[in-house]
Each structure stands twice: as C-alpha cells, then as structure tokens.
Design a protein around this ligand. Structure first.
Ligand SMILES: Nc1ncnc2c1ncn2[C@@H]1O[C@H](COP(=O)(O)OP(=O)(O)OP(=O)(O)O)[C@@H](O)[C@H]1O
Ligand SMILES: [Mg+2]
Length: 444
C-alpha cells in the first residue's frame, strides 16, 4: 500500500524526474504536472493527499494555483508545500498567505523534503480523522435530539392519556356515588313501603276485636236506654228484666274476650320491633340453655305426645341475647305443634347445632354456629313458602293466628343476633330451618 498520493508540480522536467524518483523510492504514489493549468486536470477525478508546488511557472504561477485550490471546497483541505528557488522572506510570507502549509527552498535536502512531507501527511491524516469524528459526533447529536424529541412526544402523549384516564375515573367515581345514593333512596323507599304495610296490617288486625267491642258497647247502650224508659214508664216486667240481664251478661263476656284479644295482639306487635335497649348479651352454655327452653315447652308438647331432641356439643359457649334465643325457639316449636303436627300425635322435632370448623374453639372472632331446626310435620304450603318471614302471612287466620311468629323470628335472628335464617320445606315432608349465628354477638 502506498504511503500517500503526492502531486508534484514543476515546469522543469529534471526537477520533476528527480522528485518523482526520490518519492517513489520512499513508497509514495507520485503524479506529475509540468504546469499550473495541468494541476486542475490532474486532480479532477482523484484528489492527491499532498501537493508539492513550484512557484515560478510560465502560464500560471504557484501562488495562483494555490489560491484557486483554496477557493474550491473539494480541494481546499489538500496541504500544499511550496518548493521554490525564491528565498526572500516576502515570498515565503506570500506563500503562507495564499494558503500554503510549508515552504522549502531549492536546492533542497532530500531528508528535509521527506520529513516535511511526512509531517504534513500525518497532520492531514489527523485532520481527516478529526473531521470524521466531528461528523460522527454531529450525527450522534442529531440522532440524540431526534430520540429526545420522540421521547418528549411520547411523554406528552402519555400525559394526555393519563389525563383522559383520570377524567374517566372521576366520572366513574361520580357515577358510582350517584348509584349509591339512588340505591340508598330505593332502600329507604322500600323500608317506608314495608313499614306502611306493617302499620296497615297492625291496624287491620286490631280493628277486628276493637270493632266488635265498640259494636257491643253501643248495643248495650241502646238496650240500657230502652230499659231505663221501661223502668221510668213503670212498664217493666220480670221477663223483660231477665232478658236484659241475660243480654248484658253475654255482651260483657264478648267485650272482655275481644279486649283480651286486642291486648294480646298489642303484646305481639311490640315484639315485631326489635328491642334495642334493655337486655345485655349474656354468655350461655348453649346445650344447657336450649334444654331449658325445651323443658319450658314440655307441657304443651306432652299433651300430643310430641318428642323433641337436641344434638349439641356440651362445650359450645355463645355470647348472645338469651331472651331472643328463647323467643326464636319457642315460636318455631309452637309453629311445629300448631301447623306441622295439626290433628296429629307423635311429632318429632330435632335441634342440631354444628360448629363450623369441626371442633369447638372458644373466642375465635367471627366464628359462627349453625342451628338446624327440623320437624317431620306437614311441611309449609307451597303457596306461602317464599313469604313466610313477611308479617301477616298465615294459613290459620280463622283460628286466630296473626302470621307474625316467623316475622318476629326473622327480625330477632337478623337484627338482634346478627345472624341469618333460611327455610326449606316440601309439603308433606316436614320443615327445615337453618339458622346461622355468630358465637359472639356485638352489642347494639
Ligand atoms: N313448622 C311448620 N310446619 C308447617 N307450616 C308452618 C310451620 N311453621 C310455619 N308454618 C306456616 O307458616 C305460616 C306463618 O307462620 P307464622 O308463625 O309466621 O304465623 P302463624 O303461626 O300463622 O301465626 P302466629 O305465629 O302469629 O300465631 C303459618 O301460618 C303456617 O302456614
Ligand atoms: Mg306462628
């Protein structure tokens, strides 16, 4: 490989030859130009790495050649070393002014020419590298700027997306809030409607005995007025007196019976409202307490030879409202007797308590027990099975039932004992109540 491509310019052929031979020997590729004008033809296709330029030439001198080389962007970086017999300082200054990088005076020393050529070629190489690096650097900067621009764009876009998402979230939160409010309003409306129904039911129930009582008293009043007239007129007879006394007696029995009924109803109505004040929760040994309740009901059960059994771990302790539990079991047993075992002897009732995670462990928060109540009676009529916990649902109105027993049970289990109750029953196949209760009821 050549050490460099050098163009030698001189109008004297001997000089040209001499320089060509020196440089070729050193491993340079040499091109020759015997006049200034020929320089431009020679460098048209390939540019040399360095030009050795004579000053004094006939058609175009070295200064002029150099000047033109420096004007053209393609050639301005090629180092030019002047080689001349002129040795006045002014000539050297001019040579540098027009763009030469060096000046060698003829006759020259070969070593000097070679050393200078080498130096300038090395400088040129460094300069080229520098230019290349610069270009690379500029390219990289431009690329980085582009990347930054892309990133900036992406960030802006992401911010926009985030803003849209934030707005959507806000809208969703608002919608949710609205839904909650609507739901609350609906629940309120439903509660008010249920309360209205309850009040209407209560009024209707109480109206019957009170109505009968009022009719009877006004009837008595009329009779008494007539009776007084008879007495005042002196037209009273023994027969009339006996008839009056008889009616008064019958009427007061009826009035008493209806007032008693009204009083009983009032007592039951009071149970509908879950009592929130008086009683404190107590800790009970569950099996023992259930046995007490059942013993209390024994006289009623015995009359028709019904049997009741309790299956419950002796160790289960619950902290709950005893009177509520008492009322719940009593209502269920009374229903089994009144409806399940209607006109029947030897009914079977079973109360089975299970603890959720197998063995009973005391004081585990949120633990629950399941109380299974079962009778092998007639079952609940299909027509009312879905409504049995609603007030005034009864199949026994003509015999004086009000249909409040299971409504009271439901309220006590749900609101007082914080539990839940479900019923399953198929007509003719007995009735099943599943009651789930927390082991520890939290005070109201
Ligand atoms: N164990 C049962 N077996 C068969 N039917 C039942 C049983 N328990 C309840 N029922 C049916 O469910 C209806 C509603 O019971 P609920 O205890 O609420 O009212 P009631 O017993 O009719 O009246 P009250 O309890 O107010 O005296 C009953 O009339 C009856 O038809
Ligand atoms: Mg009942």
């Amino acid at each position: 490989m050549s050490k460099g491509d050098i163009l030698v310019v001189d109008d004297i052929p001997d000089n040209l030859r001499l320089l060509a031979s020196i440089l070729t020997k050193q491993g340079y590729k040499v091109r020759l130009a015997p006049s200034g004008t020929l320089v431009f033809m020679s460098i048209q296709s390939t540019k040399p790495d360095l030009i050795l330029l004579d000053i004094k030439m006939p058609d175009m001198d070295g200064y002029e050649v150099c000047k033109q080389l420096k004007v053209d962007e393609q050639t301005r970086d090629i180092p030019v070393i002047f080689l001349s017999a002129l040795h006045e300082a002014i000539d050297k200054v001019k040579a540098f002014t027009v763009g030469g990088v060096d000046y060698i005076t003829k006759p020259f020393q070969t070593e000097e020419v070679l050393a200078r050529i080498e130096t300038h070629l090395a400088l040129r190489l460094l300069q080229k590298r520098l230019q290349k690096n610069n270009k690379q650097l500029q390219y990289e900067i431009a690329e980085r700027k582009q990347t930054e621009e892309v990133l900036r764009h992406e960030i802006t876009e992401r911010k926009q997306v985030e803003e849209i998402l934030r707005q959507r979230n806000e809208e969703l939160a608002n919608t949710l809030q609205q839904l909650k409010t609507t739901q609350q309003q609906l629940v309120e409306a439903e509660k008010i409607a249920a309360l209205g129904n309850l009040v209407a039911g209560v009024a209707h129930e109480i109206n019957t005995p009170v109505g009968i009582g009022m009719t009877m008293t006004s009837h008595l009043d009329t009779l008494t007025q007539e009776f007084t007239e008879l007495y005042k007129n002196g037209s009273m007879t023994r027969k009339k007196l006996e008839k009056y006394l008889n009616t008064v007696q019958q009427s007061s029995v009826l009035i008493f019976r209806n007032l008693t009924r009204a009083a009983e109803l009032t007592k039951t109505f009071k149970q509908i409202a879950v009592d929130r004040s008086s009683e404190q929760p107590g800790t009970l040994m569950l099996k023992e307490y259930l046995s007490d309740i059942v013993n209390n009901l024994e006289p009623v059960l015995k009359r028709a030879q019904h049997q009741i059994s309790i299956v419950c771990d002796d160790k289960i302790k619950v902290t709950t409202y005893p009177s509520a539990l008492f009322q719940i079991i009593t209502n269920l047993v009374m229903n089994s007797i009144q409806h399940g075992f209607k006109d029947r002897l030897n009914g079977i009732i079973r109360i089975e308590v299970t603890y959720h995670s197998g063995k009973f462990v005391e004081k585990v928060p949120n633990k629950r027990i399941t109380l299974h109540y079962f009778d092998d009676g007639n079952g609940i009529e299909a027509g009312i099975i879905n409504n049995i916990f609603e007030p005034f649902v009864t199949t026994n109105r003509q015999w004086g039932s009000t249909g409040l027993g299971l409504h009271i049970v439901y309220n006590l289990v749900t609101y007082k004992l914080k539990g839940s109750i479900d019923c399953e029953s198929i007509e003719g196949q007995g009735t099943d109540f599943v009651i789930s209760l927390p082991i520890l009821v939290v005070d109201n």
